[in-house]
Design a binder for this molecule. Structure first.
Ligand SMILES: [Zn+2]
Length: 290
Protein backbone atom coordinates (compact mmCIF):
# COMPACT_ATOMS: atom_id res chain seq x y z
CA UNK A 1 0.00 0.00 0.00
CA UNK A 2 1.43 3.42 -0.89
CA UNK A 3 2.06 5.63 2.14
CA UNK A 4 0.25 8.67 0.66
CA UNK A 5 -3.39 9.01 -0.35
CA UNK A 6 -4.46 12.10 -2.31
CA UNK A 7 -8.06 12.96 -1.41
CA UNK A 8 -8.22 16.00 -3.68
CA UNK A 9 -8.83 19.64 -2.64
CA UNK A 10 -5.20 19.79 -1.44
CA UNK A 11 -5.72 17.03 1.14
CA UNK A 12 -2.98 14.41 1.47
CA UNK A 13 -3.02 11.63 4.05
CA UNK A 14 0.11 9.73 4.98
CA UNK A 15 -0.23 6.44 6.79
CA UNK A 16 2.59 5.40 9.11
CA UNK A 17 4.02 1.90 9.47
CA UNK A 18 3.32 2.38 13.18
CA UNK A 19 -0.23 1.27 14.03
CA UNK A 20 -1.52 2.61 10.67
CA UNK A 21 -1.39 6.06 12.23
CA UNK A 22 -2.53 8.84 9.89
CA UNK A 23 -1.05 12.30 9.36
CA UNK A 24 -3.16 14.70 7.32
CA UNK A 25 -1.78 17.57 5.23
CA UNK A 26 -4.11 20.28 3.90
CA UNK A 27 -2.54 22.67 1.39
CA UNK A 28 -4.36 25.81 0.35
CA UNK A 29 -3.35 29.28 -0.94
CA UNK A 30 0.32 28.99 0.00
CA UNK A 31 -0.37 27.65 3.48
CA UNK A 32 -0.44 24.18 4.98
CA UNK A 33 -2.20 22.62 7.93
CA UNK A 34 -0.55 19.43 9.17
CA UNK A 35 -2.53 17.29 11.59
CA UNK A 36 -0.56 14.93 13.89
CA UNK A 37 2.66 14.57 11.87
CA UNK A 38 4.18 11.17 12.75
CA UNK A 39 5.47 8.63 13.54
CA UNK A 40 8.94 7.34 12.50
CA UNK A 41 11.76 9.84 11.82
CA UNK A 42 12.01 8.71 8.18
CA UNK A 43 8.26 9.26 7.80
CA UNK A 44 8.44 12.69 9.42
CA UNK A 45 11.25 13.63 7.03
CA UNK A 46 9.02 12.49 4.16
CA UNK A 47 6.04 14.54 5.41
CA UNK A 48 8.25 17.62 5.89
CA UNK A 49 9.66 17.21 2.35
CA UNK A 50 6.17 16.94 0.80
CA UNK A 51 4.93 19.96 2.76
CA UNK A 52 8.03 21.93 1.79
CA UNK A 53 7.37 21.24 -1.88
CA UNK A 54 3.97 22.95 -1.56
CA UNK A 55 4.82 25.48 1.14
CA UNK A 56 8.54 26.28 1.15
CA UNK A 57 8.38 28.56 4.19
CA UNK A 58 7.45 26.73 7.38
CA UNK A 59 6.23 30.04 8.86
CA UNK A 60 3.21 29.33 6.68
CA UNK A 61 2.68 25.88 8.18
CA UNK A 62 0.41 25.19 11.14
CA UNK A 63 0.72 21.95 13.05
CA UNK A 64 -2.51 20.78 14.66
CA UNK A 65 -2.36 18.14 17.40
CA UNK A 66 -5.51 16.13 18.14
CA UNK A 67 -4.26 14.81 21.49
CA UNK A 68 -1.05 14.36 23.46
CA UNK A 69 -0.34 10.63 23.07
CA UNK A 70 3.21 9.76 22.02
CA UNK A 71 2.48 8.61 18.47
CA UNK A 72 0.72 11.90 17.67
CA UNK A 73 3.12 14.53 19.06
CA UNK A 74 6.60 13.80 17.72
CA UNK A 75 6.57 15.94 14.58
CA UNK A 76 7.28 19.48 15.76
CA UNK A 77 11.12 19.43 15.38
CA UNK A 78 10.73 18.56 11.67
CA UNK A 79 8.87 21.84 11.06
CA UNK A 80 10.98 24.65 12.50
CA UNK A 81 9.09 27.97 12.72
CA UNK A 82 5.71 26.30 12.14
CA UNK A 83 2.88 27.47 14.34
CA UNK A 84 1.13 25.00 16.66
CA UNK A 85 -2.50 24.46 17.69
CA UNK A 86 -4.01 22.12 20.31
CA UNK A 87 -6.46 21.98 23.18
CA UNK A 88 -5.75 24.14 26.23
CA UNK A 89 -5.11 21.00 28.31
CA UNK A 90 -2.52 19.64 25.86
CA UNK A 91 0.56 21.40 27.27
CA UNK A 92 0.04 20.15 30.84
CA UNK A 93 -0.45 16.60 29.62
CA UNK A 94 2.68 16.53 27.44
CA UNK A 95 4.72 18.15 30.16
CA UNK A 96 3.54 15.58 32.71
CA UNK A 97 4.10 12.69 30.29
CA UNK A 98 7.23 13.93 28.46
CA UNK A 99 9.58 11.26 29.86
CA UNK A 100 7.13 8.47 29.00
CA UNK A 101 6.44 9.91 25.54
CA UNK A 102 10.18 9.96 24.90
CA UNK A 103 10.69 6.43 26.26
CA UNK A 104 7.75 5.00 24.25
CA UNK A 105 8.85 6.78 21.06
CA UNK A 106 12.48 5.74 21.42
CA UNK A 107 11.55 2.10 22.09
CA UNK A 108 9.18 1.97 19.13
CA UNK A 109 11.43 3.83 16.68
CA UNK A 110 14.53 1.80 17.53
CA UNK A 111 12.46 -1.38 17.41
CA UNK A 112 11.47 -0.38 13.87
CA UNK A 113 15.17 -0.15 12.97
CA UNK A 114 15.57 3.64 12.92
CA UNK A 115 17.72 5.85 15.11
CA UNK A 116 15.88 8.14 17.54
CA UNK A 117 17.52 11.48 16.68
CA UNK A 118 16.72 13.65 19.70
CA UNK A 119 14.83 13.34 22.97
CA UNK A 120 11.22 14.45 22.90
CA UNK A 121 10.73 17.91 24.34
CA UNK A 122 7.41 19.05 25.78
CA UNK A 123 6.01 22.19 24.16
CA UNK A 124 3.16 24.59 24.58
CA UNK A 125 0.93 25.16 21.54
CA UNK A 126 0.92 28.75 20.26
CA UNK A 127 -2.87 28.67 19.88
CA UNK A 128 -4.80 26.94 22.66
CA UNK A 129 -8.37 25.88 21.98
CA UNK A 130 -11.13 25.70 24.55
CA UNK A 131 -14.29 23.78 23.86
CA UNK A 132 -16.05 23.51 20.55
CA UNK A 133 -14.91 26.50 18.56
CA UNK A 134 -14.63 27.78 14.99
CA UNK A 135 -11.41 29.32 13.72
CA UNK A 136 -9.82 30.38 10.48
CA UNK A 137 -6.22 29.55 9.68
CA UNK A 138 -5.16 31.27 6.49
CA UNK A 139 -8.06 30.81 4.10
CA UNK A 140 -9.36 27.61 5.67
CA UNK A 141 -12.17 27.42 8.18
CA UNK A 142 -11.78 24.86 10.95
CA UNK A 143 -14.23 23.73 13.63
CA UNK A 144 -12.68 22.10 16.69
CA UNK A 145 -14.80 19.67 18.72
CA UNK A 146 -13.97 18.73 22.29
CA UNK A 147 -13.59 14.94 22.40
CA UNK A 148 -12.69 13.81 25.93
CA UNK A 149 -12.94 10.10 26.71
CA UNK A 150 -9.67 8.84 25.16
CA UNK A 151 -7.58 11.71 26.47
CA UNK A 152 -8.93 14.69 28.45
CA UNK A 153 -7.61 17.14 25.88
CA UNK A 154 -8.53 15.36 22.66
CA UNK A 155 -10.16 17.33 19.84
CA UNK A 156 -11.56 16.42 16.43
CA UNK A 157 -11.55 18.93 13.56
CA UNK A 158 -13.95 19.59 10.73
CA UNK A 159 -13.08 21.67 7.66
CA UNK A 160 -16.50 22.52 6.17
CA UNK A 161 -15.21 24.03 2.91
CA UNK A 162 -13.71 20.69 1.86
CA UNK A 163 -15.86 18.27 3.89
CA UNK A 164 -12.87 16.89 5.78
CA UNK A 165 -13.22 15.48 9.27
CA UNK A 166 -9.97 14.75 11.15
CA UNK A 167 -11.09 12.56 14.01
CA UNK A 168 -8.05 11.95 16.23
CA UNK A 169 -8.24 8.59 18.01
CA UNK A 170 -11.94 7.93 17.44
CA UNK A 171 -14.09 6.46 14.65
CA UNK A 172 -11.45 4.01 13.44
CA UNK A 173 -12.14 0.86 11.44
CA UNK A 174 -9.42 -1.04 13.34
CA UNK A 175 -9.78 0.29 16.90
CA UNK A 176 -12.63 0.25 19.40
CA UNK A 177 -13.20 3.35 21.55
CA UNK A 178 -10.05 3.37 23.68
CA UNK A 179 -11.13 4.67 27.08
CA UNK A 180 -9.11 6.63 29.61
CA UNK A 181 -12.03 6.76 32.07
CA UNK A 182 -15.74 5.96 32.30
CA UNK A 183 -17.44 5.22 28.96
CA UNK A 184 -20.16 7.85 29.38
CA UNK A 185 -17.56 10.61 28.91
CA UNK A 186 -16.54 9.14 25.56
CA UNK A 187 -20.18 8.53 24.59
CA UNK A 188 -21.06 12.14 25.32
CA UNK A 189 -18.25 13.23 22.98
CA UNK A 190 -19.53 11.00 20.20
CA UNK A 191 -23.10 12.23 20.66
CA UNK A 192 -22.02 15.75 19.72
CA UNK A 193 -20.82 14.43 16.37
CA UNK A 194 -24.30 13.27 15.33
CA UNK A 195 -24.99 16.80 14.18
CA UNK A 196 -21.83 16.97 12.13
CA UNK A 197 -22.81 13.86 10.20
CA UNK A 198 -26.48 14.91 10.03
CA UNK A 199 -25.97 18.43 8.80
CA UNK A 200 -22.60 18.65 7.10
CA UNK A 201 -21.46 17.27 3.77
CA UNK A 202 -18.69 15.13 5.23
CA UNK A 203 -16.69 13.75 2.32
CA UNK A 204 -13.79 12.17 4.18
CA UNK A 205 -13.21 11.09 7.74
CA UNK A 206 -9.57 10.52 8.65
CA UNK A 207 -9.21 8.51 11.87
CA UNK A 208 -6.06 8.51 14.00
CA UNK A 209 -5.48 4.91 12.93
CA UNK A 210 -6.80 2.83 10.03
CA UNK A 211 -8.63 3.51 6.79
CA UNK A 212 -10.20 6.79 5.68
CA UNK A 213 -14.03 6.63 5.66
CA UNK A 214 -15.47 8.02 2.44
CA UNK A 215 -18.77 9.84 2.51
CA UNK A 216 -21.21 10.76 5.23
CA UNK A 217 -22.85 7.35 5.47
CA UNK A 218 -19.56 5.51 6.05
CA UNK A 219 -18.54 8.06 8.66
CA UNK A 220 -21.92 7.89 10.35
CA UNK A 221 -21.79 4.07 10.50
CA UNK A 222 -18.53 4.25 12.44
CA UNK A 223 -20.12 6.67 14.89
CA UNK A 224 -23.12 4.40 15.45
CA UNK A 225 -20.91 1.32 15.75
CA UNK A 226 -18.73 2.99 18.43
CA UNK A 227 -21.76 4.20 20.40
CA UNK A 228 -23.20 0.69 20.12
CA UNK A 229 -19.99 -0.78 21.54
CA UNK A 230 -20.01 1.65 24.46
CA UNK A 231 -23.67 1.00 25.25
CA UNK A 232 -23.14 -2.77 25.22
CA UNK A 233 -20.02 -2.41 27.38
CA UNK A 234 -21.87 -0.24 29.90
CA UNK A 235 -24.91 -2.53 29.90
CA UNK A 236 -22.96 -5.75 30.40
CA UNK A 237 -20.54 -4.38 33.00
CA UNK A 238 -23.51 -2.78 34.76
CA UNK A 239 -25.32 -6.15 34.96
CA UNK A 240 -22.24 -7.87 36.39
CA UNK A 241 -21.68 -5.03 38.84
CA UNK A 242 -25.28 -5.15 40.07
CA UNK A 243 -24.92 -8.89 40.68
CA UNK A 244 -21.90 -8.12 42.85
CA UNK A 245 -19.35 -9.77 40.55
CA UNK A 246 -15.66 -9.07 41.06
CA UNK A 247 -13.68 -7.16 38.43
CA UNK A 248 -11.85 -10.36 37.43
CA UNK A 249 -15.13 -12.25 36.89
CA UNK A 250 -16.55 -9.30 34.96
CA UNK A 251 -13.48 -9.21 32.73
CA UNK A 252 -13.73 -12.95 32.06
CA UNK A 253 -17.42 -12.64 31.15
CA UNK A 254 -16.94 -9.53 28.98
CA UNK A 255 -14.09 -11.21 27.05
CA UNK A 256 -16.92 -13.07 25.26
CA UNK A 257 -18.24 -9.84 23.76
CA UNK A 258 -17.69 -9.21 20.06
CA UNK A 259 -15.86 -6.03 19.02
CA UNK A 260 -13.72 -4.49 16.27
CA UNK A 261 -10.14 -5.81 16.36
CA UNK A 262 -10.93 -8.85 18.52
CA UNK A 263 -8.06 -11.38 18.09
CA UNK A 264 -6.79 -9.29 15.14
CA UNK A 265 -3.08 -8.92 14.29
CA UNK A 266 -3.43 -5.39 15.72
CA UNK A 267 -5.43 -6.73 18.63
CA UNK A 268 -7.92 -4.74 20.67
CA UNK A 269 -8.26 -7.50 23.30
CA UNK A 270 -6.18 -5.69 25.93
CA UNK A 271 -7.87 -2.37 25.14
CA UNK A 272 -11.28 -3.99 25.60
CA UNK A 273 -10.16 -5.52 28.89
CA UNK A 274 -8.94 -2.10 30.09
CA UNK A 275 -12.24 -0.59 28.93
CA UNK A 276 -14.06 -3.09 31.16
CA UNK A 277 -11.86 -2.00 34.07
CA UNK A 278 -12.56 1.71 33.43
CA UNK A 279 -16.30 1.01 33.27
CA UNK A 280 -16.27 -1.09 36.42
CA UNK A 281 -14.23 1.51 38.31
CA UNK A 282 -16.57 4.25 37.10
CA UNK A 283 -19.48 2.34 38.66
CA UNK A 284 -17.53 1.83 41.90
CA UNK A 285 -16.89 5.57 42.07
CA UNK A 286 -20.56 6.34 41.52
CA UNK A 287 -21.54 3.83 44.23
CA UNK A 288 -19.11 5.50 46.63
CA UNK A 289 -20.70 8.88 45.98
CA UNK A 290 -24.14 7.64 47.00
ZN1 LIG B 1 -4.28 8.19 21.45
Amino acid sequence: MPAWTDLGDGVLVRQSRAYQMNSTVVVHEGRALVFDPGVLPSELADIAAVVERHVPRFENVTLVFTHPHWDHVLGKPWFPLASTVAHVGFADEVERDAAKIDADAKAYVEGAGEPWPRPFEAFEPALKLRGTVGLRIGERELIAYDMPGHSPSQQSFYLPEIGLFVAGDTLSDIEIPWLDGPPWVYRRSLQALHWVFEQEQVKFLVPGHGAVARGRTDAYKRLLRDIDYLLLLEGEVGKAFTKGWSLADTQAELAKMGFVGKDAAYSMNDVHRDNVTHTYEGLLEQADLK
